[in-house]
Design a protein. Structure first.
Length: 281
């Protein structure tokens, strides 16, 4: 099975893997409650299943063929299938009233195989003749993008959870905001390095139209930078400032609502540009 992953698969698979990252540094169940984990783990499992269904239009035959590992696409799909199995196993005790599953083996394994899936997906987009740096930056960009998606959505949902657990320490919320800020800064570094590597690697014809012309791709490019990265970094900083007041969890959650939308806009624009240019945007 040799094909190019579609935008929808990339989006849902990164969301699912990013969700496993976010669950790993969420508060323990005794602090936040089982309901928090039921909601988030179930949500990311559903997203992952949607993504997988979009990547295998012929159903199980495509999925079985992926385990031949003939291409980076196949390796990505096979790894992601294992990710979903592990995430499903992680969900079982949550919904069956079993023992605590915080940072359990299935969740850790799900995050590991999900990371391998994203790395393989990134490698599948290496264009012939591109800079060697692009082959490094594409997988890294996929992983960091997943971290941004999972962190911003889970962090926003955690902010709502203070209505359920008002005495919960503010530390966990701040941790999410800090990780979100780090991931966005890392994405900015990857994007800048990728643009320079492509420009000085002999492909200025790809970069110049994005920066200087008024085209749909250029609009996506500036939306990716202005809204998805710079704008969201500002929102993360504003959220951090609001959380200096421990009781201000709801205003901070409101800002993260906007951040979720802006990250979605940035990632969708970035994935479209990836399909169009094979650059880590």
């Amino acid at each position: 099975m040799h094909h190019t992953f579609g935008l929808a698969y990339l989006f849902f698979s990164q969301f699912a893997v990013g969700g496993t990252y976010a669950l790993l540094f969420s508060p323990p169940e005794k602090t936040v409650g089982t309901g928090y984990y039921q909601m988030n783990a179930g949500l990311y499992l559903v997203m992952g299943v949607i993504g997988m269904s979009l990547a295998v239009p012929n159903g199980t035959s495509d999925l079985v063929a992926a385990f031949a590992f003939d291409s980076w696409q196949d390796r990505s799909l096979a790894s992601f299938a294992i990710t979903l199995v592990c995430l499903f196993i992680y969900n079982i005790p949550l919904w069956m009233g079993g023992p605590s599953t915080h940072r359990s083996g299935p969740l850790i394994l799900s995050a590991v195989t999900g990371t391998l899936s994203l790395i393989a997906a990134g490698l599948s987009y290496r264009a012939p003749g591109s800079s060697p740096w692009i082959g490094v930056l594409l997988p890294f960009n996929f992983v960091i993008a997943a971290l941004s998606l999972g962190t911003v959505l889970t962090g926003m949902l955690l902010g709502h959870w203070y209505l359920v657990r008002p005495r919960m320490a503010i530390t966990a919320f701040r941790r999410f905001v800090a990780v979100l800020g780090f991931s966005l800064l890392a994405q900015a570094a990857v994007l800048g390095t990728g643009l320079l590597a492509s420009y000085y690697g002999g492909h200025p014809d790809v970069i110049i139209p994005l920066v200087t012309r008024f085209t749909f791709q250029a609009i996506c490019f500036w939306s990716r930078i202005g809204i998805g990265i710079v704008g969201t970094i500002v929102l993360a900083g504003l959220t951090w400032h609001i959380l200096k007041t421990p009781t201000a969890t709801q205003p901070a959650t409101g800002v993260l609502y906007v951040a979720v939308v802006w990250v979605l806009i940035g990632e969708l624009a970035g994935r479209f540009l990836l399909l169009a240019t094979q650059l880590p945007l």
